[in-house]
Design a protein around this ligand. Structure first.
Ligand SMILES: Nc1ncnc2c1ncn2[C@@H]1O[C@H](COP(=O)(O)OP(=O)(O)OP(=O)(O)O)[C@@H](O)[C@H]1O
Length: 407
């Protein structure tokens, strides 16, 4: 190797023909001592090299192990039962099979019985996971009675009526549906642009039907480990059964119910499994009593048709951007607790808010209030709404510029 230090010079025996016998003998002795010295030196070097080789071999072994760990992409969930001298006893979730296995060396110190862990195809423990109950609690938002009423929602009266028919009536008068002999819709899917009041609508219907509101974001269902997403779906329906009457609301359902792609990556397969679990929970929904299921998406075009079949999300309700009248109503709602100057014409302001969603109008109202505060006034004027609109428009343009610049 180019980095190794140069070897000692080979000793040379130089005998002069003029030399006496004694001188020759002395020269040979010296040569012999020199050879011994070089020999020792070379032996030391060899030892060093062998040690170094040993070290490098350990490095290679470590890297090979690490490589093995990285190559095993499929991870399953299990719990640690026992840690013994022979290895770790784990119990797999799902099939409850017990296995005696090993843990990656770097985890030796960290494992405790009862821990939830990720294992690979060969059952080796790869990772210790957070406490299960914590991660599940984080994923769901449960509200006994959400503080949204129908009167807080503006510009979508038809949609409110449809949601009441599909969710509230079956919860409140199940006998009537039975007497007439019609099945209430299984699931209600709200679709439309962001910030138009879909979540509000689901909260309001839960509130007004005295049902527990259980919300889960579709993106929360997209989990890293095999079986975790479907487990969450099961938990979601179990929780709803414990808390009935209940409204389950899955926001951004497109995250788990997008059209199938050709890709065969394990991530996609896991999302598919989660969706299948959701469908099977919905299919067994009849026996579930007073639970209604709702979902929302901004990407209706992306949804897999399997979730729209009868018995699943079979009531589709479009929640569009508000028209002028709707915008005025929403502005009214968001300014009702504000000290708005006499003579301010909300409908006139609404005309100029083409393309604004309910959420945009809510921020406009807050921003107008901020203008009054900055000015040291206690009344919000029409001018403040104008200024707020310009500010939001500027902000939006800057955002667009930034986006255009990025792409
Ligand atoms: N129709 C509406 N009437 C009154 N306020 C509204 C309306 N739509 C939206 N808002 C305001 O915007 C906020 C966000 O609305 P919401 O979360 O219901 O929208 P969303 O349609 O679920 O949005 P996303 O698709 O982004 O989840 C609400 O808290 C409310 O302040």
């Amino acid at each position: 190797m180019s980095h190794s230090p140069s070897l000692p010079d080979r000793p040379r025996l130089e005998l002069d023909p003029e030399m006496s016998e004694t001188e020759r003998l002395e020269a040979i002795r010296q040569h012999y001592r020199r050879i011994l010295q070089v020999n020792n030196e070379l032996e030391d070097r060899l030892d060093d090299a062998q040690n170094r080789r040993g070290e490098l071999k350990t490095d290679v072994d470590d890297l090979k192990n690490e490589n093995e760990v990285l190559k095993t992409s499929s991870l399953y969930i299990a719990s640690i039962e026992e840690i013994t001298d022979d290895g770790v006893v784990i119990k797999q979730h799902g099939n409850n099979q017990e296995v005696l296995t090993q843990a990656a060396t770097r985890l030796d110190e960290d494992l405790r019985p009862g821990d939830r862990v990720a294992i690979n195809d060969s059952f080796a423990v790869q990772q210790v996971l957070d406490d299960e109950t914590d991660s599940r609690a984080q994923a769901m938002e449960v509200t006994e009675s959400p503080d949204v009423e129908y009167a807080d929602i503006g510009g979508i009266d038809d949609q409110i009526r449809e949601v009441r028919e599909a969710v509230e009536d079956p919860l409140e008068n199940p006998e009537q549906f039975e007497a007439v002999g019609v099945e209430p819709p299984s699931g209600v899917l709200l679709h439309g642009p962001p910030g138009t009041g879909k979540t509000m609508l689901a909260k309001a219907v839960a509130n007004e039907s005295d049902a527990t509101f259980i919300k889960m974001a579709g993106s929360e269902l997209v989990r890293k480990f095999i079986g975790e997403g479907s487990r969450l779906v099961r938990d979601l329906f179990e929780l709803a059964a414990e808390r009935e009457p209940a409204v389950i609301f899955i926001d951004e359902i497109d995250a788990v119910a997008a059209k199938r792609t050709d890709s065969k990556t394990s991530g996609d397969a896991e999302v598919q499994r989660t969706m299948m679990q959701l469908l099977s929970e919905m299919d067994g929904f009849d026996e579930r009593g007073e639970i209604r299921i709702m979902a929302a998406t901004n990407r209706f075009d992306m949804l897999d048709e399997a979730i729209l079949r009868p018995g699943r999300f079979d009531r589709l309700i479009e929640v569009p951007e508000p028209d002028t009248e709707g915008r005025a109503r929403i502005l009214d709602i968001h300014t009702q607790d504000m000290n708005v100057a006499e003579g301010t014409d909300v409908s006139e302001i609404a005309v100029d808010l083409e393309g604004y969603s309910g959420a945009d109008i809510a921020s406009l109202a807050t921003e107008a209030g901020m203008f009054a505060i900055r000015d040291g006034r206690t009344e919000v004027t029409q001018g403040d709404f104008e200024a707020a609109r310009e500010k939001l428009q500027d902000a939006e343009q800057t955002e667009e510029r930034v986006i255009n610049y990025q792409y």
